[in-house]
Write a protein that binds this ligand. Structure first.
Ligand code: GKR
Ligand code: MG
Length: 416
């Protein structure tokens, strides 16, 4: 048994390129942060994990690395409990601790799969689909990161998208490059009527293809009701139009559209009040904060019990996360909507060896190799780690970056 014991957890912060994507908080910075985990077993097997970045998450993962040494990689319950106990004195929120345990659980499952020669989806009960559908994640965006403090402008091959025509063009590119068959627009950037016009333009350009809009709580309850009425019959769901379970419940009373969230139901204790108040009809799950892949599958069963539909949330991420999302989505029978992914925006800087994960026809085929089925590119990891060190960036700050470019920018939520 000793070969299944954890010898070391290597925690590597990295920085990778990100285009100037706009949202209700400002704009994405030229770099995004993630943390890559390598869980090394006594026999040399390595399990991979990926977590959102930033100093806080890094320090917590480093604390986790100290307590998991010597534990059995198959004992994920004990591994999570040990990490939880280590973090408890300084991190009172179980949701917050969940980010750390989740990332380590994925690395444990990858290692388990490698030991057994079975894909992670098998460890989650087996896949119910061979390919997982993803939606094109559309963003209003600038043509480039403007030149700043001596750094030249950074361009990309997506171009500008600041009006309905720009959004439709971006959607066409997404479809051409990846074959997406459903679309999500990140809203909360322009006055609601402009975003309604963009959605209508998408509906005209892509008839019959599911559409969703997510302004990340940029609207009041009244504005949310207005948008829901205007887009009745056009959207499959409206995501986080307004803040909190009480606000969403107010909107839901009159909304002809289902409401979805990845903001007001993000922990187990939020489920009861959300269900009691009929605040949401669709839950966007995310294994990075729901406690890992097994807990995500359990969450899917809870959603089924309460008649909530299921979709999946994404943040800027790389291939280890995409592999984990794909395995768990493959093992969830009641996945009702295509999953979100930022991958097209960031995949050029991935840390995994290309070839296994491919977005084609709007889907990712579930890797069938052992574990997550993806392999780390160590040179790339080293380069992206260097970039992290050299950048001095230690957290995400969409608002601060926006203010450096447009000093008059004010963060207001709700804004409309
Ligand atoms: O990348 O700007 C972004 C998104 O707004 C992201 O931060 C959100 O977490 O994609 C997310 C969402 O659906 O709310
Ligand atoms: Mg969202």
């Amino acid at each position: 048994m000793s070969q299944t014991r954890i010898r070391e957890l290597i925690v590597t912060p990295i920085a990778f390129g990100d285009p100037p994507l706009l949202n209700s908080n400002g704009v994405h910075e030229p770099l995004a942060l993630r943390i890559i985990l390598q869980l090394v077993l006594e026999d040399g097997t390595v399990g991979l994990g990926e977590s959102p970045g930033g100093t806080t998450r890094l320090e917590r993962l480093q604390a986790a690395a100290k307590v998991v040494v010597g534990m059995d990689v198959f004992d994920t319950t004990a591994v999570a409990a040990a990490i939880d106990a280590a973090l408890l004195p300084t991190v009172p929120s179980s949701h917050e601790r969940g980010w750390t345990t989740s990332a380590v659980e994925v690395a444990c499952l990858d290692a388990q799969g490698k030991l057994l020669g079975r894909p992670v989806s098998d460890l989650l009960g087996g896949r119910v689909r061979d390919a997982v559908p993803f939606a094109a994640y559309l963003f209003y965006k600038w043509a480039e990161h403007p030149a700043l403090d001596g750094r030249p402008a950074i361009t990309d091959d997506w171009g500008e998208a600041l009006d309905p025509a720009g959004i439709v063009e971006q959607a066409r590119l997404m479809q051409e490059r990846y074959g997406f068959r459903s679309f999500k627009l990140k809203g909360g950037v322009f006055p609601p009527d402009e975003e309604i016009a963009a959605i209508r333009a998408l509906a005209e350009a892509f008839p019959g293809q599911p559409l969703r809009l997510d302004p990340n709580v940029a609207w009041t309850v009244e504005t949310s009701k207005y948008v829901a009425r205007e887009l009745d019959g056009v959207l499959e769901y409206l995501e986080d139009p307004t803040k909190g379970i009480p606000g969403m419940a107010e909107v839901a009373k009159e909304s002809p559209l289902p409401l979805a969230t990845n903001m007001c139901v993000i922990a187990w204790e939020h489920l009861k009040p959300a269900v009691e108040r009929h605040a949401i009809q669709v839950l966007l799950t995310d294994h990075h904060y729901w406690g890992g892949l097994r807990r995500t599958r359990e969450l899917a069963a809870v959603c089924e019990a309460f008649g909530l539909a299921l979709s999946m949330h994404s943040n800027s991420h790389l291939g280890i996360s995409l592999a984990a999302m794909t395995h768990v989505a493959a093992a969830i029978p009641n996945l009702d909507h295509s999953c979100d992914t930022h991958y097209p925006w960031n995949s050029a800087d991935d840390v995994i060896v290309p070839g296994v994960l491919e977005l084609r026809d709007g889907e990712v085929r579930v890797p069938t190799g052992p574990g997550l089925g993806v392999e780390l590119d160590h040179d790339k990891l080293e380069r992206l780690h260097r970039r992290y060190v050299d950048s001095g960036m230690r957290g995400r700050d969409d608002t601060g970056y926006m203010r450096r470019i447009q000093p008059e920018y004010e963060l207001r939520l709700p804004r409309w």
